[in-house]
Design a protein around this ligand. Structure first.
Ligand SMILES: [Zn+2]
Length: 320
């Protein structure tokens, strides 16, 4: 049976029809996360109906709808608990009701980075590993953790997915989460403009003229030996390396997977993080494997079917 997967990212919403980890069809629409969900969902519905037609699948032939959302979620009650200023009606919106009324399908809701981790663990580079940590470097810094073949969620759904909100600099800037000096507040797409402005030489650099500054521009300029861009790259990699060390010390994985849009510049990032971890991380039984995500930006979509199966099994167990 196929499943419908939706990944509400910070910039785009990815939509897919998946089967056994394979993406049968997919598309994207702009996130516009300043809008309310009730305003964005009609577009989501329209795009999904088109995808179903494309695959010649009727929604009733699917097991359910999986949604990855950039927030802390209660996956048992399918509610969004803390939206970090995205989609203003997220906490009050009943997605379960929407899923049932629109498509007649049950819903399985999960934090977006945790769902990407499930995707890589089940269908990507994490296959065969029982202890997996993933870092997604994109608009924000997301993380997910699998321990002893179980998805780590914790009492309030926060365990393992707040790795980007562990303080790196306790005297640093205030983060959107309320904490001080989080990795996400220091080196992510959302904090990049501020980071650039704080870098020596910014005012007279090419970067100061860029509109909607992103890491692609920074990594491209750094490759061409732009001094300010190189400094930003160096600083960002230091932050991500410190974050990776914290995650390994906290969760003791066999494999650390690095994903997210910024990893398109993996050749400029990966060797430095690997070196840092080798030098600064406790690894009692030899080096932890540090690798790039193999499913690219479709990991969360791929993980959708596993999530639906987990939710449906739980419902079945509860009703027996
Ligand atoms: Zn934070």
């Amino acid at each position: 049976m196929a499943a419908i997967s939706i990944d509400f990212g910070g910039t785009i919403i990815k939509l897919g029809i998946v089967e056994s980890g394979q993406i049968l069809a997919s598309t994207t629409i702009p996130a516009i996360s300043t809008d309310a969900l009730r305003k964005r969902l009609p577009q989501v519905e329209e795009a999904l109906q088109k995808l179903c037609l494309e695959c010649d699948i009727h929604p009733s032939q699917c097991d359910g709808i999986a949604i990855g959302f950039p927030a802390i979620v209660d996956n048992k009650k399918n509610r969004i608990l803390n939206d970090f200023n995205k989609y203003p009606d997220a906490a009050e919106f009943d997605l379960e009701k929407w899923s049932m009324e629109t498509f007649g399908l049950p819903l399985a809701l999960e934090n977006d980075a945790r769902l990407a981790t499930i995707g890589e663990w089940q269908y990507g580079v994490g296959q065969g590993h029982s202890n997996v940590v993933m870092m997604t470097i994109g608009t924000g810094l997301g993380t997910g953790v699998i321990i002893e073949n179980r998805v780590l969620r914790g009492k309030n759904g926060q365990a393992g997915c707040l790795g980007g909100h562990i303080s790196i600099d306790y005297k640093g800037p205030k983060c959107v989460c309320g904490n001080i000096g989080c990795a996400e507040a220091l080196a992510s797409s959302v904090s990049l403009q501020k980071q650039a402005e704080n870098t020596a030489g910014f005012q007279t650099s090419k970067i100061s003229k860029a509109h909607n500054l992103d890491y692609k521009t920074i990594f491209d300029l750094a490759k061409n030996n732009d001094t300010v861009a190189s400094e930003i790259v160096k600083y960002s990699i230091q932050i991500w390396s410190a974050m990776a060390t914290n995650l390994i010390h906290a969760y003791d994985p066999e494999i650390l997977i690095l994903g997210g849009g910024v990893m398109k510049a993996a050749d400029q990032i990966l060797p430095h993080i690997q070196q840092h971890i080798l030098k600064h991380t406790v690894q009692s039984k030899g080096p932890v494997e540090i690798t790039i995500a193999s499913l690219g930006n479709t990991a969360a979509l791929a993980g959708g079917q596993w999530l639906i199966n987990e939710a449906n099994t739980r419902t079945l167990t509860n009703t027996l």
